[in-house]
Design a binder for this molecule. Structure first.
Ligand code: ADP
Ligand code: ASP
Ligand code: MG
Length: 411
């Protein structure tokens, strides 16, 4: 008998019928002899609806109250799923994050899990019950409700699996695994049998929302066997693995393509070319709690520098205001903001041992006449910032250029 933690996402519990189908599925696992802990998200669209309500009350809603509000979405689905299970003769018990005691820090709306008390869950499992836990939420040391950031139910699932030393954590969603890129953007995307934690971490941090980045971090840190599967279609899904399979000669150089639409670009032009200037430009941005991503500096003909960097699109106005202040202190020529950029990245552990990935990438983009505005690389990824309107074209052409397209199905 094994212990499985299953997480069902918003679309998988989006209607009464789907919640009932999840109950049937869970009972199937019980009948096969497994202990099951289920984590559920709010019904699809509910978290966005609640955030919308908050926006009508306060321009920048209070973070503590926001957590009290958005955590209610998951409280609805845990109770409904338990009712569906009980209606089918399966004893079950629901818990909010605070009731389990998923202890987090106090950073409202982006809290981190610190500790999980597994006592109640263990007692229930021993009594033959299915345990159903609300995803996305916890409680801080003062008893305040906290939430874990968008997509945070994935992290709840993995963290519970780690705390309970589960045999597997299964993330059930509306696609049948992790694909070479978002299958909703590229029709020819292929499901991966497996992907390494390292690659999945890059994909998640570069914009692939199939798994929340913290869930992948947790799974890697605590070595939780993690699988992404379709909620209602049978199949092996995708296993997130620890080891790179060195013996696999077929291992592609690029495993996947990620993209992020939430980017914005800022430039400060005509700053002096002298030591300490980059710090004078970027330190105030950091002090304003704005995260900076890609940074590029280039020299203009008059020996001054232009510094360009990207920030989250929601923070463009705030960052621009900070930069305008810096610009007047440094007598810079101008500050320019652009919210119509995106970042496209190719990811693969195979890049470590292969040259030429960058040139393949740049050639493919050049062939489509797509201008590259910024470039950044690390050991297993290359990212470019391009104009937003070229996003789909860029992702599709890179998918083909790196040989990732699925074979056409022969009827
Ligand atoms: P859930 O509500 O179940 O948590 P999400 O919407 O958060 O589901 O994540 C699943 C979605 O992630 C898919 O519908 C798909 O559009 C998107 N996605 C982005 N990149 C990928 C990828 N590489 N592989 C699979 N799905 C991806
Ligand atoms: N309901 C939350 C969200 O929409 C958490 C989750 O679904 O993972 O972000
Ligand atoms: Mg999700």
């Amino acid at each position: 008998m094994s212990l499985i933690v299953q997480k069902y996402g918003g679309t998988s519990v989006g209607t009464v019928e789907r919640i009932q189908a999840v109950a049937d599925k869970v009972i199937g696992f019980r009948k096969a002899g497994h202990d099951v802990v289920v984590v559920v998200s709010a019904m699809s669209g509910e978290t966005n609806r609640l955030i919308g309500l908050a926006g009508q009350m306060q321009e920048k809603p209070d973070a503590r109250e926001m957590d009290v509000l958005v955590s209610t979405g998951e409280q609805v689905t845990i109770s409904l799923l338990c009712m569906a299970l009980k209606a089918r003769g399966q004893d079950a018990r629901s818990y909010t994050g605070g009731q389990v005691r998923i202890l987090t820090d106090d950073s409202h709306t982006k809290a981190r899990i610190q500790e999980i008390d597994d006592a109640k869950m263990r007692t229930d499992l021993e009594a033959g019950r299915v345990v159903v836990v609300a995803g996305f939420q916890g409680v801080d040391h003062q008893g305040n409700i906290t939430t874990l950031g968008r997509g945070g139910s994935d992290t709840t699932g993995v963290a519970l699996a780690a705390a309970l030393k589960a045999d597997e954590c299964q993330i059930y969603t509306d696609v049948d695994g992790v694909y070479t890129t978002d299958p909703r953007v590229v029709e020819k995307a292929k499901r991966l049998e497996k992907i390494t934690f390292e690659e999945m971490l890059e994909m998640a941090s570069l914009g692939s929302k199939v798994l929340q980045i913290r869930a992948v971090e947790f799974a890697g840190k605590y070595q939780v066997p993690l699988r992404v599967l379709h909620s209602f279609k049978d199949g092996p899904g995708t296993l997130i693995t620890i080891d790179e399979d060195q013996s696999d000669m077929e291992q592609p150089v690029v495993s996947g393509i990620a993209f992020n639409r939430d980017e914005a670009k800022l430039s400060i032009r005509g700053v002096p070319d002298s030591p300490g200037v980059a710090s004078k430009v970027l330190a105030p941005i950091g002090e304003a709690n704005i995260e900076v991503d890609v940074i590029v500096q280039n020299m203009a003909a008059d020996n001054t520098n232009d510094i360009t960097f990207t920030v989250h699109r929601n923070e463009l106005d705030k960052a621009k205001a900070v930069l305008e202040k810096v610009a007047s202190d440094l007598s810079a020529r101008e500050v320019v903001g652009d919210a119509s950029v995106v970042k496209v990245s190719v990811v693969g552990v195979g890049m470590r041992s292969h040259a030429g990935v960058a040139s393949t990438m740049f050639n493919a983009l050049a062939a489509e006449n797509i201008n590259i505005q910024l470039i950044t690389t690390s050991e297993i990824k290359i990212s470019v910032v391009i104009e937003e309107k070229y996003l789909e074209l860029a992702v599709r052409s890179l998918h083909t250029a790196f040989g990732l397209d699925a074979e056409p199905v022969v009827e």
